[in-house]
Design a binder for this molecule. Structure first.
Ligand code: NAD
Length: 258
């Protein structure tokens, strides 16, 4: 259960960040399944059906093995996110912002659907990067993934960086890679400063993203988990809503922004 002290209780950050009624939301792949993008660990998840696919998200395998990079680019090209449209869950979070209750929208998703739905880019913190941009491992040059995929279509199975010849990858955070420290810091501050922290559509198995639930509760926020399956943080939550996100999230937003 969440601690019983009031949300305005003193916390290490409370002198720096004035506490107002506010909601920080952490989203995961489950928010996008209604848009036709499979999650990883749900019943129809990519890794549930094919555990070997997890290798494509590991930086050591990616760097060491050109065949992993080749398969990774093909998987990116086939990702339904390129054609996906936002769903009722994404739109509910836009509504939460419009009603002035959203402190920050921290997402583990790489599909950019929150921004496509209309969430303000400055409120969206992409903890695990995004698949729309690409980056060179060696020189850091950034480009667009669509351009790299055009080169794949033209016959380059593992297109190198055009600036330095280094290994190119999407601007996503793979297992074994550090998160952007500025984005992580902003997410931690948003978890500390909110009065309600909603974790939605995430199995809460990936850290440090999952640990934000604990940061929020430790600083006096109420934790609400919205997910079809049990998560390791359910015991810490004041409420667990085990219903489809497409209906549960709009109803919850109505309640929180009242
Ligand atoms: P996850 O696959 O581990 O967990 C998703 C959870 O959402 C599951 O527990 C599932 O039961 C639940 N869920 C799915 N659809 C639901 C629905 N309609 N209603 C209620 N619950 C639903 O996802 P995660 O925790 O985000 O971790 C996966 C990692 O993979 C993340 O780091 C993310 O970057 C990446 N990923 C991103 C996308 C995307 O951008 N859309 C897709 C797949 C994976």
């Amino acid at each position: 259960m969440a601690p019983s002290q009031p949300a305005s209780s003193a916390s290490p950050s409370s002198s720096l960040t004035p506490r107002r009624p506010s909601v920080t939301v952490l989203t995961g792949a489950g928010v996008s399944t209604d848009s036709g993008i499979p999650d990883f660990r749900g019943p129809a998840g990519v890794w549930t059906r094919n555990p070997a696919a997890e290798k494509l998200s590991d930086i050591d395998h990616y760097l060491a093995d050109p065949d992993v990079r080749k398969r990774s680019w093909l998987a990116r090209r086939a990702n339904p996110a390129w054609r996906a449209e936002p769903n009722a869950g994404h739109l509910a979070l836009v509504e939460l912002e419009h009603r002035g209750a959203l402190r920050a929208l921290v997402t583990q998703n790489i599909d950019r659907l929150h921004q496509k739905a209309g969430s303000s880019p400055e409120l969206v913190l992409e903890l695990h990067g995004n698949m729309v941009e690409s980056v060179c491992i060696t020189c850091g040059a950034r480009g667009m993934t669509k351009d790299a995929l055009d080169r794949v279509d033209a016959g380059e199975e593992d297109p190198p960086c055009l600036a330095c010849g280094g290994i190119l990858k999407t601007a996503t955070v793979m297992f074994g890679q550090a998160l952007d420290p500025d984005v992580l810091q902003a997410a931690a501050e948003a978890a500390q400063a909110c009065t309600t922290f909603v974790a939605v559509g995430t199995s809460l198995q990936v850290h440090p993203a999952a640990g934000l639930c604990e940061v929020a509760v430790r600083n006096g926020a109420e934790l609400i988990v919205v997910n079809a399956e049990a998560t390791p943080y359910d015991d810490l939550a004041a409420r667990v809503i085990r219903e489809p996100i497409g209906t549960a999230l709009p109803a919850l937003v109505d309640e929180l922004a009242r």
